[in-house]
Design a protein around this ligand. Structure first.
Ligand SMILES: Cc1cc2nc3c(=O)[nH]c(=O)nc-3n(C[C@H](O)[C@H](O)[C@H](O)COP(=O)(O)OP(=O)(O)OC[C@H]3O[C@@H](n4cnc5c(N)ncnc54)[C@H](O)[C@@H]3O)c2cc1C
Length: 582
């Protein structure tokens, strides 16, 4: 079978239609021809699931300053975040939030009509000393409100959308990015997008765990685009586990539930956070609360001795739950058949957020090494990127903020780049070859007797939970590296049942699986190498943070079956590493 290829030309092509991608597209569309390609319909991007809020030191509810927000973000990151990027994040948070308000995001309001703000884990006042309400929110549907608003604005500004298009390979020539090749998931067929600038905003990659709060589409396909060009990834060992996923499902009970005053209880009915973070209790950062929850479960204090705990919101009362947490309540009702107005809700830690990703500089340009060398024409922002504002652990509500701040900034920077490049450089003649080979090969396996994608995916997801979860050890991680190697071998014989090109979802799953196996291998390998505890990466065999040897970023390259590592220093501008107690 020879697949058809269709050619398109745009000034800017954004890959991904979450908050980061749409904000970037909105900015470039003001002046140049902009297209967005997205695996899922834009408003189904995972950003739409963000519940709790978006942080900014507006000071609408209590006194606040960007320096305080910066301090919390630096400490939250366990001192692995780059402080120049973190400062940009918290300073730009304020204008970005007002711009979003003016674009039409329906934030909740204070009595005097300002944007309302609520408390969230890890955010404090006065350099960690007092409580803080910093997260701007629209009930518990903040991401939904932001995503829909940005999508409408993009439509208004004539952004061209290619929905259900799967980006398969970047087009690179002489080290410059000239576009991307995508697969039309609905109708079939390859599409070459010729562009002056490509912006990757492909979201997080926590789907390689079985219990995860993230969307089905969060399979790290953007990481595949980067790795397969021999470009590096940064800090891949750092993946955040959120303490309150609905038991067995992983679906999120937003931290807003604790921000509004919810308690975490063990089998004895104790608020166990007293043992782990006496001062900040349930509002300590997520890595701290997840480890506490997992320890309670491991030590047999889960409810009825099982692997779950309770989040209890009953004391908040019906009205507060219905106005501030309606979606969280609905999810618990639908998936657990429990009403949080009258019942405590079973929860367990769930794989939630990817701190690592594509290394970028402050202007969102993708970096090609551990130095400052950027790939011309290639940009990235949002959860897939690692400008390193979150370091080893992200604070709640700093992520939609990162998407807004760096998506917006990336759009502005791409405009400068496009203005300086009058015409499109020629496309290489073999632009579509890699993608064509990949799809034609998978389609050609239809009906043969190999292993099905779902079997490999299950093994990957279960084993990542067992060996690369909240607590990690050399033994488990080495086992996981080996499992990933075996699964990658077996993937060479993966077969699909349907050889058709129209809406072939198994083909999509097979492509996603290939990417998942590659980056999961990188995660396990990087986690095995990092012999310390920092943020979300907790090694039971190497207690304590080891700044002397490990206060540095991991850079990783997938080279065939091997992974090459390099390291780069953390940018420190204001705060030296200190002990982290909550
Ligand atoms: C349940 C949940 C609740 C959350 N709550 C909060 C919160 O309250 N506050 C907060 O700050 N953060 C929250 N987060 C985190 C935050 O929502 C995400 O980090 C953020 O929205 C990611 O946005 P993004 O733009 O980077 O990507 P996403 O919104 O994940 O979008 C990724 C896009 O990339 C596309 N894509 C991916 N690969 C390809 C490809 N190869 N080709 C084409 N398209 C591709 C997808 O179609 C999609 O459009 C939450 C996360 C979850 C899972």
């Amino acid at each position: 079978m020879k697949l058809d290829v269709t050619y398109h030309k745009h000034d800017v092509v954004v890959v991904g239609a979450g908050i980061a991608g749409l904000y970037a597209a909105l900015k470039t569309s003001a002046e140049v021809d902009t297209a967005v390609i997205s695996k899922v319909y834009p408003t189904r991007s995972h950003s739409g699931a963000a519940q709790g809020g978006c942080a900014a030191s507006l000071g609408n509810v209590m006194e606040d300053h960007w320096e305080w927000h910066l301090y919390d973000t630096v400490r939250g990151s366990d001192f692995l975040g780059d402080q120049d990027a973190q400062e940009l994040l918290v300073r730009d948070a304020v204008p970005a939030m007002y711009e979003m308000e003016h674009l039409g995001v329906p934030f909740d309001r204070t009595e005097d009509g300002k944007i309302a703000q609520r408390p969230f884990g890890g955010h404090f006042g006065n350099f960690g000393k007092s409580p803080m309400s910093r997260s701007c929110f629209a009930a518990d549907r903040t991401g939904h409100a932001q995503l829909h608003c940005l999508y409408e604005q993009c439509l208004k500004h004539q952004v061209r959308f290619y929905n259900e298009f799967f980006g398969l390979s970047l087009i690179m020539e002489d080290g410059v990015c000239r576009g991307i090749v995508a697969w039309d998931m609905q109708r079939g067929g390859l599409h070459v997008f010729h562009a002056k600038a490509v912006h990757l905003a492909t979201g997080g990659h926590a789907r390689c765990w079985k219990i995860t709060s993230t969307a089905m589409a969060n399979t790290g396909d953007g990481l595949g685009l980067i790795m397969h060009q021999q470009l590096p990834l940064e800090d891949m060992e750092f993946v955040q586990f959120h303490p309150t996923g609905l038991w067995k499902h992983g679906i999120l009970v937003s931290e807003a539930a604790r921000g509004e005053g919810g308690y975490l209880l063990n089998d004895k009915g104790e608020r166990f956070m007293e043992t782990y973070a006496k001062a900040k209790m349930e509002l300590a950062p997520r890595d701290v609360v997840s480890r506490a929850a997992q320890t309670e479960i491991n030590d047999g204090r889960g409810i009825g001795g099982q692997d779950y705990l309770h989040i209890d919101l009953r004391h908040l009362g019906r009205e507060k739950i219905m106005t501030r947490l309606p979606q969280v309540r609905e999810l618990a009702l639908k998936f657990m058949n429990r009403d949080m107005i009258t019942d405590p809700i079973p929860i367990q830690p769930t794989a939630h957020y990817s701190m690592g990703g594509m290394p970028t500089n402050l202007d969102t340009q993708v970096l090609r090494d551990a130095g400052k060398d950027a790939v011309p024409g290639l940009y990235a922002s949002g959860e897939c990127a690692c400008v390193s504002v979150h370091g080893a652990n992200r604070l709640g509500t700093n992520s939609t903020l990162e998407c807004a701040v760096f998506g917006r900034r990336g759009g502005i920077k791409m405009l400068d780049y496009v203005r300086a490049h009058a015409g499109h450089e020629d496309l290489p003649g073999d632009a579509a070859d890699a993608a064509r080979e990949q799809v034609e090969h998978l389609l050609s396996t239809a009906g043969s007797n190999g292993v099905r994608p779902v079997e490999l995916r299950e093994r990957l997801q279960l084993s990542m939970g067992e060996n690369a979860g909240v607590f990690r050890s050399a033994e488990g991680l080495a086992r996981q590296v080996q499992i990933c190697q075996e699964l990658r071998q077996q993937y060479r014989n993966v077969t699909i049942e349907d050889g058709g090109t129209y809406a072939n979802s198994e083909l999509t799953e097979a492509i996603e699986l290939g990417n998942m196996l590659d980056y999961a291998y990188v995660i396990a390998h990087c986690a095995l190498q990092r012999t310390e505890c920092r943020g979300a990466h907790w090694r039971t065999d190497h207690p304590g943070r080891n700044d002397k040897e490990w206060h540095k970023h991991t850079m990783s390259w997938l080279e065939g079956d091997q992974i090459r590592l390099d390291y780069k220093p953390v940018v420190i501008t204001r705060f030296q590493p200190e002990e982290r107690k909550y």
